[in-house]
Write a protein that binds this ligand. Structure first.
Ligand code: GSH
Length: 98
């Protein structure tokens, strides 16, 4: 979204060990540092940037319709990950038994 909005940014990647050492909201990534404030949760980050670059809704109803689609996509992504991880676990168990 920063690319689309023409916002300059640094994409800083850290190790799992560094994640544990440092202090982030909810102890998770991604985190956007914006004006000295840490913002976590990817969809909250997207909505902040969308507002900053003029891609958010024109009014609260349009915002809600955007959130509606975003939440729907997140639901599908979450269930796909669950199925994929479940299949991996079944494969792992079958491999162990073979
Ligand atoms: N709901 C959060 C999920 C964030 C999340 O699951 N982050 C993972 C990396 S993709 C993480 O930081 N895991 C490390 C941990 O939980 O210890 C979001 O959308 O940003």
């Amino acid at each position: 979204m920063q690319e689309i909005g023409g916002i300059k940014y640094d994409n800083i990647r850290i190790s799992r060990e560094e994640l544990k050492r440092r202090s982030f909201p909810f102890g998770q990534l991604p985190v956007l540092e914006w004006g000295g404030v840490q913002v976590a949760q990817s969809m909250a980050i997207c909505m902040l940037i969308a507002r900053e670059v003029g891609m958010a809704g024109a009014d609260p109803v349009e915002d809600a319709r955007i959130d509606m689609v975003v939440d729907h996509v997140v639901d599908h992504f979450t269930s796909t990950c669950t199925i994929f991880l479940g299949l991996q676990a079944i494969f792992f168990c079958c491999t162990l038994q073979a």
